[in-house]
Design a protein. Structure first.
Ligand code: HEM
Ligand code: FES
Lengths: 170, 445
C-alpha cells in the first residue's frame, strides 16, 4: 500500500455505534483468550521439587563394575555400565504403553510384564510390541561422579554409540 | 398398612391419588419429576421388550452413583499417601463403608453395560431416524462421558490395579501424532501417574464430569420428549393411548425396584476388588486396563497402537454416521428393520463368534507380519496392513450377508453392526479371561 490519499467512501467510515460494539467485541475476545490461557496454565503439568524430574547424583564411577545394571527407583532409571566401561541412563518407562520395566539379570534383559516386551542391556527392543528402544537421560561425569539429569527423557529409535558417556581417561 | 401407602401417596401427589384420567394427566404435568413424561403414551411404546427399559435403568444407576459418590467423598482422601488408606478404612472400619463402595463400584460397571445395551437397542429398533438423528449422535457423547467417568474413578483407590490401568490407558495417548504426549502430560499433570494425576482425576470425577453429565442428560431427555418419545413403526390407523399414571409410572417403578434390588444383592455378595497399594516400580503381570477397555487392549496385542487407535476411532465415527448411512426410515421402530434384517443380525453374531477367536489365535501363534515383511517399518507391517485387512474383512462381512441372505443395504448394515458389536464383546471376554502372564493366551481354568 502507498500513502496516497484515498477517497473516503461512506462504506468505509464507521458509525460510533459500530466502532464501540467492535471494540467491545475485541475486548471480550481478548478477555476470553486471557482467561483461556490462564486456565490452561493453572491446570498444566506441575513439577514438585525433590521428585522425579530433578538431577540425581548416582555415585562414583568405580562403584559400577562394567557389565552391571543398577536401578535408581526414585530417579526412575537404570544406570547401565556397558562392558567397555561406558555409561547409559535408561528411563524405566516402557516405550509401549508406559509400564515400568525391570532388569532380569539372569536373562540379561529388561522385561516389561504388561505386554511382554523385552529390551537388551542397551535398551534396544528384543521383543515387541514396544516400538522403539527405551528412552535415556543425559549423563555427565564430574570428578569421577556420575550425575543423571532426569528432567527430559530423550527418545531414540535404537541404540547407537553416540548415546554412551565415558569417564575421563577411559 | 393402608395408612402407610396413603402417606406415600400423599407425599407423591400432595393430595389423594387422582382417580380419573383427567386428573391423572394433570398430576403428571404438574409434578417436577413426572413432567419429564408426556401425560399419555402410545400403548406399543409401553411394551417392555421394545426398550427393555435400558435408558431408564441407566438413569436410575446415574442417580445411585451420585448419591453413593457424594457419601464416599466424605471419607475419601485424594493424596497418594492417604488415598489407599482411606479406602481400606472404608472397607474395614466405617460402618457399611464396604457396602457403600460396592454399590458405587458395581453400579458404575453396570452403567457401562446398560448404556451400551441401550445403544444397541436404539440402533436395532431404528430409533435414530428422522428427528432423532441428533439425539443419537448426542447419545454417543453421553457414552464417552460415562467412559470418562469410569476411567477417572478407576484411579482413585490408588491400588495396583488402578495405578497400572491408568498408566497403560494414558500411555495409549502418547501415540496420537503431534499432540499426544502434550495431552497425556496435561491430563496427568506430569510425565507419569502421580500425585498431580490423582488430583486431576479426582476433580474431574467429582466436580467436572457430574455437572457435564447432568446437563447432557437433561438435554437427552428433553430431546426424547421433543422427538415424540420412543420411536414406533409408522401407523396407519389410530393408536391406543394410555395415561402415564398408572401405566408408564407403574412399569418404571417396577423396573426401578428390580434394578435396585439386583444392585444391592450383588453389592452385598461380591466385594469390589482392591489390590495392594500402588507401587510405581512394580507393575503386576499381566497389567490389564479396566475391563471395558480390554477389547481395545486386545487389539493392541495384534497391531501397532496407532492402528488400534485408528480402528477404534473409525468404529466410533461409523456409529456416528449410522443415521446418514441408513436413510431408509420406513423401517423406523421395527426391530432389526425386517424379518430378514433380524436374520442378518443373527448371522452377524454367529460369524463374529466364530471368526474373532479364530483370528486372535491365528495371529497369536502363526501369523507374524513384521517377520514376514522384514523390509517394511513396523508402522506399516504391524499397523497399516492389519488395519487394512480388518477393514477389508468388515466390508467382506457386509457383502457376505448381502449376498447370502439377499438382503437390502439397511438389513446388511444390521448384520455388520451385530458382527462388530459381538466382536467387541468377544475381544473383551478374551482380554478378561483368556490372557494371563505376559498377556499370553491361557485357559482360565
Ligand atoms: C447415561 C447414559 C444414557 C441414559 C441415562 C439414557 C437415557 C435414555 C432414556 C430414559 C431414553 C428413553 C427410552 C428408553 O428408555 O430406552 C433414551 C432414549 C434414547 N437414547 Fe439414551 N441414554 C443414555 C445414553 C445413550 C447413548 C449412548 C445413545 C446412543 C448413542 C443414546 C441414544 C438414544 C436415542 C436416539 C433415544 C431415542 C430412542 C427412541 O426414540 O427409540 N442414549 N435414552
Ligand atoms: S507397556 Fe511394556 S509392553 Fe506394553
Amino acid at each position: 500500500m502507498t500513502t496516497q490519499p484515498t477517497n473516503a467512501t461512506p462504506e468505509t467510515t464507521m458509525s460510533r455505534r459500530n466502532f464501540l460494539s467492535l471494540g467491545l467485541g475485541a475486548l471480550g475476545l481478548v478477555g476470553l483468550l486471557q482467561t483461556g490461557v490462564m486456565t490452561v496454565q493453572f491446570l498444566g503439568p506441575r513439577r514438585v521439587d525433590g521428585e522425579f524430574g530433578g538431577v540425581v547424583q548416582a555415585g562414583l564411577v568405580e562403584s559400577f563394575p562394567p557389565g552391571s545394571v543398577t536401578e535408581f527407583p526414585d530417579g526412575r532409571f537404570f544406570l547401565v555400565r556397558l562392558a567397555d566401561g561406558g555409561f547409559l541412563a535408561v528411563y524405566r518407562r516402557c516405550t509401549h504403553l508406559g509400564c515400568a520395566v525391570s532388569w532380569q539379570a539372569a536373562e540379561n534383559r529388561f522385561a516389561c510384564p504388561c505386554h511382554g516386551s523385552y529390551f537388551d542391556q542397551e535398551g534396544d527392543v528384543e521383543n515387541p510390541p514396544a516400538p522403539r528402544a527405551l528412552d535415556t537421560f543425559a549423563i555427565t561425569i564430574t570428578d569421577g561422579t556420575v550425575i543423571v539429569d532426569t528432567a527430559e527423557p530423550r527418545q531414540r529409535d535404537a541404540f547407537d554409540a553416540t548415546q554412551v558417556v565415558y569417564p575421563a581417561g577411559a | 398398612m393402608s395408612w402407610l401407602s396413603n402417606a406415600f401417596d400423599r407425599l407423591r401427589f400432595r393430595a389423594r391419588p387422582p382417580s380419573d384420567d383427567r386428573s391423572r394427566m394433570r398430576a403428571v404435568a404438574n409434578n417436577l419429576i413426572l413432567h419429564l413424561h408426556p401425560t399419555r403414551v402410545p400403548a406399543p411404546a409401553l411394551r417392555f421388550t421394545h426398550t427393555w427399559g435400558l435408558g431408564g435403568i441407566s438413569a436410575l444407576l446415574t442417580v445411585i452413583l451420585v448419591v453413593t459418590g457424594v457419601l464416599l467423598m466424605f471419607r475419601y482422601d485424594a493424596s497418594v499417601e492417604r488415598a489407599y488408606a482411606s479406602i481400606q478404612t472404608l472397607e474395614t472400619v466405617v460402618p457399611f463403608g464396604a457396602l457403600l463402595r460396592n454399590v458405587h463400584h458395581w453400579s458404575a460397571n453396570l452403567l457401562v453395560i446398560t448404556v451400551l445395551l441401550h445403544l444397541v437397542r436404539v440402533f436395532l429398533t431404528g430409533g435414530f431416524f428422522r428427528d432423532r438423528r441428533g439425539n443419537w449422535i448426542f447419545g454417543l457423547f453421553l457414552l464417552l462421558i460415562v467412559l470418562a467417568f469410569n476411567f477417572t474413578g478407576y484411579l482413585l483407590p490408588w491400588d495396583q490395579l488402578a495405578f497400572w490401568a491408568i498408566t497403560v490407558g494414558t500411555g495409549l495417548l502418547d501415540y496420537i501424532p503431534v499432540v499426544g504426549v502434550l495431552v497425556a502430560n496435561f491430563l496427568l499433570g506430569g510425565r507419569e501417574v502421580g500425585q498431580a494425576a490423582l488430583r486431576n482425576f479426582y476433580a474431574l470425577h467429582v466436580a467436572v464430569l457430574p455437572v457435564v453429565l447432568m446437563l447432557a442428560l437433561s438435554y437427552h431427555f428433553w430431546r426424547v420428549r421433543k422427538d415424540g418419545g420412543v420411536a414406533l413403526p409408522d401407523q396407519t390407523g389410530p393408536v391406543e393411548k394410555l395415561t402415564t399414571i398408572p401405566h408408564l409410572v407403574g412399569i418404571e417403578l417396577g423396573i426401578a425396584l428390580v434394578t435396585l434390588t439386583a444392585v444391592m444383592l450383588f453389592a452385598m455378595l461380591v466385594p469390589a476388588p482392591l489390590e495392594g497399594m500402588a507401587n510405581p516400580a512394580h507393575p503386576p503381570n499381566p497389567a490389564k486396563a479396566a475391563w471395558y477397555f480390554l477389547g481395545v487392549q486386545e487389539l493392541l496385542l495384534h497391531m501397532h497402537p496407532l492402528a488400534a487407535l485408528a480402528l477404534s476411532t473409525i468404529g466410533l465415527l461409523g456409529l456416528a454416521a449410522v443415521p446418514f448411512w441408513d436413510r431408509d426410515d420406513s423401517a423406523i421402530g421395527i426391530g432389526g428393520r425386517s424379518t430378514r434384517g433380524r436374520k442378518a443380525a443373527w448371522l452377524g453374531v454367529a460369524l463374529s463368534v466364530l471368526l474373532t477367536p479364530l483370528l486372535v489365535v491365528i495371529d497369536e501363534w502363526w501369523l507374524d507380519l513384521p517377520a514376514l515383511l522384514p523390509g517394511l517399518p513396523t508402522l506399516v507391517s504391524n499397523g497399516l496392513i492389519p488395519l487394512g485387512l480388518t477393514l477389508a474383512g468388515l466390508a467382506g462381512v457386509y457383502w457376505l450377508i448381502r449376498l447370502v441372505l439377499r438382503t437390502r443395504h439397511n438389513e446388511a448394515l444390521v448384520g455388520l453392526f451385530s458382527f462388530t458389536m459381538s466382536a467387541l464383546v468377544v475381544l473383551t471376554l478374551i482380554g478378561i479371561f483368556f490372557r494371563g502372564s505376559n498377556m499370553a493366551l491361557v485357559w482360565p481354568w
